[in-house]
Design a protein around this ligand. Structure first.
Ligand code: DAH
Length: 369
């Protein structure tokens, strides 16, 4: 015995010594038994074995029959009978080997394809609403409760609604603050992607007249260089109230109410005078920082305030452009940056996350809706 437990001198064909070298039938049968006894490990192994013995061209069994010619006539019948018996034995053994091989193949296939029915199933993950959609819906609910209706306008706007009727005269420098994507400059009123939701003020007021109380959420476009706090595509919510006797006090009260509903009851609103052509007076509106409650922190750059909106009393020229008599009606308007509100509420640092569609970011909001 050597190391691996085999007899070193075992002859390759143990029965070789018992073969009658002169008898081809015996030697073919003996060789076959020996080989078949070792079994076949694969389909190709089997095909080689089968071919070697039964192959039509070079098989050892057909060769036996071809050799009948060389047998003396008186021995041919017996030789033929023995050759036939050998052929039958070999064919039957080959058939059995084939069946056994097939069984093994089926078993192997089944083992490979086996399903472990005790494994827990893979859950299909439910999608969720986009954070901007969640915030938009919350804001809509707040204003619906205050008696507003929700309006919509086209994202492909014309110059008349986006600028002119909002009291931006042609060539007025205030247009520079809203660098636009023009689509057709040659149209009677040039076409552009709307730079703010304020044109919906014009469309709604011209269509429905006063009194009017609407908000208009939507997507807007500016030719901005993109960074963590600037995007070329973002969202606003416009608000417009035109009724008899409306004043800046109504605007302040409304914004305070809105901030309290969205950010919490202790939230304050701050108005700083500024210029927008379509309001007079106009204001930049900030909310007291929801992180430090106005004491000053990194999020609000130590100011205690976070700027979120522009607002003001509707300019008489806007009312006139919409066919509303400014002597009879007054109003207020505001425009709120929706993406910034989402950033604030969910505390993420980069506006671009809202546009990238990264599932790792978006899935964090799936349970919110
Ligand atoms: N449309 C302005 C902008 O996008 C924001 C704005 C300011 C809207 C004042 C208003 C408003 O309705 O009264 O910069």
């Amino acid at each position: 015995m050597n190391d691996d437990g085999q007899k070193r001198d075992a002859p390759a064909t143990p029965h070789a010594s018992r073969l009658t070298p002169d008898d081809p039938v015996d030697s073919v049968v003996a060789a076959f038994r020996e080989e078949a006894g070792r079994g076949v490990s694969s389909r190709s192994d089997f095909e080689r074995l089968k071919g070697r013995y039964l192959g039509r061209e070079k098989g050892l069994v057909p060769a036996l029959f071809a050799g009948i010619r060389d047998v003396p006539p008186e021995g041919r019948a017996a030789f033929g009978a023995r050759a036939n018996a050998a052929k039958k034995e070999i064919e039957e053994a080959v058939a059995l080997l084939s069946q056994a091989l097939e069984r093994r193949e089926v078993e192997a296939r089944q083992a490979a394809e086996a399903v472990d029915v005790t494994l827990p199933g893979r859950r299909a993950r439910a999608g969720g609403l986009h954070p901007v959609t969640i915030v938009r819906r919350r804001i809509e609910q707040i204003f619906l409760r205050m008696g507003y209706s929700i309006a919509d306008g086209p994202e492909l706007e014309n110059d008349r609604h986006n600028f002119e009727a909002l009291n931006f005269p042609p060539e007025h420098p205030a247009r520079d603050s809203q660098d636009s994507f023009f689509v057709d400059r040659k149209a009677a009123s040039p076409l552009l992607l709307r730079t703010h939701t304020s044109p919906v003020q014009i469309r709604e007021l011209a269509r429905r007249g006063a009194p009017l109380r609407v908000i208009a959420p939507g997507r807007v476009y500016r030719n901005e260089s993109v960074d963590a706090t600037h995007a070329a595509v973002f969202h606003q919510v416009e608000g417009l109230v035109v009724e008899r006797g409306i004043s800046m006090a109504d605007l302040k009260g409304t914004i305070e109410e809105f901030f309290a509903a969205l950010f919490g009851p202790e939230t304050k609103a701050r108005f700083i005078p500024t210029f927008f052509p379509f309001v007079e007076p106009g204001a930049d509106v900030a909310a007291s920082c929801i992180f430090c409650k106005g004491r000053g922190c990194a999020k609000c750059k130590q100011s205690g305030w976070i700027e979120l909106a522009g607002a003001g009393a509707v300019h008489p020229n806007v009312l006139t452009a919409c066919g509303v008599d400014p002597e009879e009606y007054t109003g207020f308007a505001f425009g709120l940056g929706l993406d910034r509100v989402a950033m604030l509420l969910y505390g993420f640092p980069d506006l671009r996350l809202l546009l990238e569609g990264d599932e790792r970011f978006l899935s964090q909001f799936a349970s919110e809706a």
